[in-house]
Design a protein. Sequence first.
Length: 173
Amino acid sequence: TTLDNPSAITNVYETGTSAWAVALIPEANSLLSVDYKGKLLRSDIATPNTTQAIEVPMRWSRVLLPVGDGKVIAGTEDGKLIEIHLPDGAIVAQWDAHTAAIHNIALSPDKTLLASCAGDGTIKIWNRSNNTEAKSLSYGKAAVWELAFTRDNAKLVTADADRRLNLFDIASS
């Protein structure tokens, strides 16, 4: 659609179940989405209605995060992080991150760290060079819904189910 004519919508694809996450991958000229059943779909931005399923063994995902070089990371219902290369759908990396559904993931501004948060109340920080856990943080047992790095990579802001906004200093935990 256009901003001056929002009623003229171009339907890219319609899923058989709820659509849970979407990401734009410019370097792969792709729009990526995932539905409630974990079906990952790639649509060519320039050509609507050319959606293809990408076979990735995952359950539903609430978040798809572009990380550059035509790659995206998905956080899944069963606590896994899966890095996928587009447009071929190859799994670059996959690791167990949490014991509950991952609600959000964020890439640090310098792209050296990845943070994930989940329904188990944990926040984990990962080294992007090798996807190893650098830190694990928690503040209670409430689900953590959102997170974001500060511009200087020094702090992580989170929002949780106990109605709190938390600010973590990454260096000191």
